[in-house]
Design a protein. Structure first.
Length: 319
């Protein structure tokens, strides 16, 4: 006899609803199992009669897993449907015969790399904060950025409401360019709180003018045009699996053949070159201008900030 599966996992693995959306439907009383209202974690079998709004759901016994990279344009909401009639990211992949759903979120005013899949285990691998897969964003902020603000963002800031503190985990902050009225910053986080990067910037007095996700772990957006999509390659799936690490990596099934798919003839971007794990060279005056505001410049030409190390051997300053 097959082992019962939680209803969230069953519907997610079947590509019908994401786990989060399944929980929303359960709370709203829209899901039933064998004629009775479903509950969170409801044990189900593929032979059970599952219905949404009274309509029976047909579960696929065998399905082909799809892993899609999309360059989400601004103006689209990251959902499969919207009650307000706004444009959804799934409209950009309507030509797919298999239904897919977004992995994580990008708000309506944000753009960039978004993954879509019908593989619930893969989605959980990417989204769950315990797997520490970094998400990298290119952020234009106004009016500019100071060293103190960068250090605060790196160390973690409180983005909670009054009386409900919500401290973010340490982040990597790299200043790419500075102008009189704005700055372009690269921020990498490993959490996935709602509108986290925007709220982090607001917490230190910055206004976000533009926000674009450029990478998820080792996967980079590259030159994929806005509104275009392609299927992930086998090598990219393996790299993402490795980024999850440990038991999380075992959750991702073996990748299939390398078969990139694109809309409108775009092949998208390739993952960037591997960087050496050795120490980076210090800034040399011969290489260009001196770093501004006492910032250190890395090999990519950006100005990097890191939270100060509070540990000091023997009570003295850390060398």
């Amino acid at each position: 006899m097959p082992k019962p599966i939680r209803i969230q996992k069953l519907l997610s693995d079947s590509g019908i609803l994401s786990r989060r959306k399944t929980e929303e439907y359960i709370r709203a009383g829209r899901l039933t199992v064998n004629g009775r209202p479903a509950e969170p974690g409801h044990p189900t079998l593929p032979t059970d009669v599952i219905a949404i709004d009274g309509q029976r759901v047909r579960l696929e016994k065998k399905k082909e897993n799809l892993y899609i990279m999309l360059n989400k344009p601004r103006g689209y909401v990251t959902t499969t449907s919207d009650e307000l009639g706004r444009r959804c990211v799934t409209q950009l992949v309507e030509e797919l015969e298999t239904r897919v759903y977004p992995v994580g979120r990008l708000d309506r005013d944000s753009e960039g790399l978004l993954l879509l899949t019908n593989d619930g285990q893969f989605a959980n691998l990417i989204m769950h904060p315990s797997h520490h897969i970094g998400k990298t964003y290119r952020v234009t902020v106004r009016p500019g950025i100071t060293e103190e603000q960068c250090i605060a963002l790196s160390a973690g800031v409180d983005i909670g409401e009054e009386g409900k503190p919500e401290l973010t985990a340490p982040a990597t902050v790299l200043v790419l360019d500075k102008f009189p009225d704005r700055a372009v910053v690269q921020i990498t986080i490993t959490q996935g709180k709602n509108r986290q990067v925007r709220r982090m910037c607001e917490a230190v007095g910055l206004t976000v003018a533009r926000l674009k996700r450029t990478a998820i772990g080792p996967l980079r957006l590259g030159m994929l045009a806005p509104g275009q999509w392609r299927e992930l390659k086998k090598s990219e799936l393996i790299a993402l699996r490795g980024a999850g690490g440990g038991a999380a990596a075992e959750a991702l099934p073996a990748a299939g053949k390398e078969k990139p798919v694109s809309s409108g003839g775009s092949k998208g971007g390739r993952p960037g070159p591997k960087r050496s794990g050795g120490p980076q060279k210090k800034f040399s005056p011969k290489a260009g201008k001196e770093p501004r505001d006492g910032m250190s410049r890395d090999r990519s030409g950006g100005l990097r900030f890191k939270a100060p190390d509070k540990r000091s051997p023997r009570g003295g300053p850390r060398k």
